[in-house]
Every structure is written in structure tokens, then in C-alpha cells.
Design a binder for this molecule. Structure first.
Ligand SMILES: NC(=O)c1ccc[n+]([C@@H]2O[C@H](COP(=O)([O-])OP(=O)(O)OC[C@H]3O[C@@H](n4cnc5c(N)ncnc54)[C@H](O)[C@@H]3O)[C@@H](O)[C@H]2O)c1
Length: 310
């Protein structure tokens, strides 16, 4: 039985990963400070003898004998990561150093949850892994983008200099049950407002597009990346290349919730990325992976979840 550490394991993605790892017969340690994660997300695992909770800060060193580390601890949505930007950078950078040191000491493999935000406001579409990105180093989003970029650098340096086995994934927009309802993201915003009968607010004219990946597809991709041969470091994009306009998304949410909410239009925020879409050729060829869950099906599951908690 493998011992697997999941940092940020009480968060949206981390809790689904813990579920999957437990189901596959691993012993799981969930490290979380509950900044954006919740006990509700992992309540169902608490009685399991193969689940351990470490309520602690990733910015402090941690020593443990583990076989694999999935490093997810970091607030992920702009409202949360901009709340305390210096803490966000510390979480990404010191967190990565602490987990890489742990991996080095324990001889463990480590998978770093990076993000499509490392591409910033890209000038190349869709983004391939060899694109270096277009990131503003001094903007309000930089605490997250540059923190994640630095964490990638640290992974590659620990790999080259000390032989640590590292895997970097760049996650694109992901949605599903256990997303925080207050995270300001379009999927949760639309669903929550539709269920509460409030207006659905679209920025701009609603013709801008986004791609959305359902959480189960991502988790499957993460496990496959962890299981690649030791030499494979990535980075590898994990996302759904299907594009939808905001207007299409809003109408689909209205249809699936049966809501009578109105769609209203407001001005586009200045820092809204114009477009981001993954090229997943590497994931397809290397991992034999691609998203399988259609937006309609994933939205229905997400709507059920929000209905149950509202
Ligand atoms: N959800 C997405 O669409 C998306 C996209 C790209 C990348 N990611 C990355 O995936 C990871 C998980 O994202 P998520 O959507 O589940 O977000 P989330 O906010 O739900 O989860 C992050 C978890 O990390 C914990 N955490 C934050 N700071 C910590 C600290 N200093 N010490 C210990 N724990 C801490 C939080 O309490 C939370 O449980 C993040 O690293 C994020 O950058 C997510």
C-alpha cells in the first residue's frame, strides 16, 4: 500500500483526489490549513483508517515518510488569492520548497499542480506546453501567476540538481461538486444565481469563450501523470479544449436548473483574459487521456451539488 500526501486535500480538487486515491487502495494524508478548503469536503473520509488529516501550514517544513506527493495547496480563484497576495506567494514558493525537500528526503515522487495562468494573457492559441507565456510580473494577478511559475522552476531545479522525481501539470479551468460557492467563478456564479432566482450577470456581450473541464476528467489525468516513467517531468496541459460562449453557458444553466432568472449584461473587467484554450496533444499521446464528460452532464452533477448545499 502506498502512502500518498495530498496538500490542499480539503479543497475542491484535492478532496476529489483524496476520494480517488482511497478508492484505489492507498493510505492518504491530507495536509490543509482550511483557508479555502472545508471539513465538509472530507467529512465522509474522516472515519476511514486509511485517511489522515494534518491540519497545518504548507509554508512550514514538514517531514514524513511518504511515497507520493500531490502538491495542490494554494488558493485558486482571484478573490481568494488576492485576499493576501504575499501569503499566496509564500504558499506557492515556500510550499513548493518544503514539499520538494520532503520528496528529496523521503525519496518520493512529487506532482506539482500548476496552472494555465502561467501562460498569462497568451498571444498564442491554443497554448502548447512549450509556450513561455505572457505574464505581467507586477499586476494584481502576479502573486498567483508568478508564484506558480516559480514553483515550476523549483521543481525543475530540484529534478536537475538533486534527482528528485517531479511531474508538472498545468490545469485549465475546472468545475464540479465542492467548488466554493463564493469563489467568483463563472460556473458557480451562474448556477448559484440561477438556483436562487437572482439575475445571471454576463460581462461584456457574452460572446467571449471559455473552456471547462469536469473534475473527474482532471483527476484521471493527474493519476496518469503520476504513473508515468520517472524521467517524464512534463509540464503537461490538462484541460478541456471545447469552447463555449458565456451566453451559451448561461442559457444551458437556465435550462438545466429550470430557473426563471434573467440574464443581464455588464461591463467587461479590465484584467479578464481574452481567451485561453489548451492544446492537449501531449496528454493524448503520452497519457492516452482526453476529457470524456460533456458540459451538460458535468453541469447537472454540479447543479445537484449546489442544490444540496444551498
Ligand atoms: N480549480 C481550477 O480550475 C484550477 C485551475 C488551475 C490550477 N488549479 C490548482 O489546483 C490546486 C487546487 O485548486 P482548487 O480549485 O481545489 O482550490 P481550493 O482553494 O479549493 O483548494 C486549495 C486548498 O489549499 C489549501 N491551502 C491554501 N493555502 C494553504 C496553506 N498555506 N497551507 C496549507 N493549505 C493551504 C486550502 O485550504 C484549500 O483546501 C491549486 O494549487 C490551484 O492553483 C486549480
Amino acid at each position: 500500500m502506498k502512502c500518498v500526501l495530498v496538500t490542499g486535500g480539503a479543497g475542491f480538487l484535492g478532496s476529489h483526489l483524496c476520494d480517488r486515491l482511497i478508492q484505489s487502495g492507498n493510505h492518504v494524508i491530507c495536509l490543509d490549513n482550511f483557508f479555502t478548503g472545508t471539513k465538509d469536503n472530507i467529512q465522509h473520509l474522516m472515519g476511514d483508517s486509511h485517511f489522515e488529516l494534518e491540519e497545518r501550514e504548507i509554508i512550514w517544513p514538514y517531514i514524513k515518510n511518504v511515497d507520493e506527493i500531490y502538491n495542490l495547496a494554494c488558493p485558486a480563484s482571484p478573490v481568494h488569492y488576492q485576499y493576501d497576495p504575499v501569503k499566496t506567494i509564500n504558499t506557492s514558493v515556500l510550499g513548493a520548497i518544503n514539499m520538494l525537500e520532503l520528496a528529496k528526503g523521503a525519496g518520493a515522487k512529487i506532482l506539482q499542480a500548476s496552472t494555465s495562468e502561467v501562460y498569462g494573457d497568451p498571444v498564442i492559441h491554443p497554448q502548447t506546453e512549450d509556450y513561455w507565456g505572457n505574464v505581467n510580473p507586477i499586476g494584481v494577478r502576479s502573486c498567483y501567476d508568478e508564484g506558480k511559475r516559480c514553483a515550476e522552476t523549483l521543481c525543475m531545479d530540484y529534478h536537475r540538481q538533486m534527482g528528485v522525481i517531479v511531474k508538472i501539470i498545468r490545469i485549465f479551468n475546472t468545475y464540479g461538486p465542492r467548488m466554493a460557492q463564493n469563489d467568483g467563478r463563472v460556473v458557480s456564479n451562474f448556477i448559484v444565481n440561477a438556483l436562487l432566482g437572482k439575475d445571471i450577470e454576463i460581462y461584456g456581450d457574452g460572446t467571449q469563450t471559455r473552456s471547462f473541464q469536469y473534475v473527474d476528467d482532471l483527476i484521471e489525468g493527474m493519476i496518469r501523470v503520476m504513473n508515468t516513467e520517472d524521467e517524464f517531468t512534463g509540464p503537461v496541459n490538462l484541460g478541456n479544449p471545447g469552447e463555449f460562449t458565456m451566453l451559451e453557458l448561461a442559457n444551458l444553466v437556465l435550462e438545466l436548473t429550470g430557473s426563471k432568472s434573467d440574464i443581464v449584461f455588464s461591463t467587461l473587467p479590465k484584467d479578464d483574459p481574452r481567451k485561453r484554450k489548451p492544446n492537449i496533444t501531449l496528454a493524448k499521446t503520452k497519457l492516452d487521456w482526453e476529457p470524456t464528460i460533456p458540459l451538460r452532464e458535468g453541469l447537472l452533477k454540479t447543479i445537484d451539488y449546489f442544490r444540496s448545499i444551498l
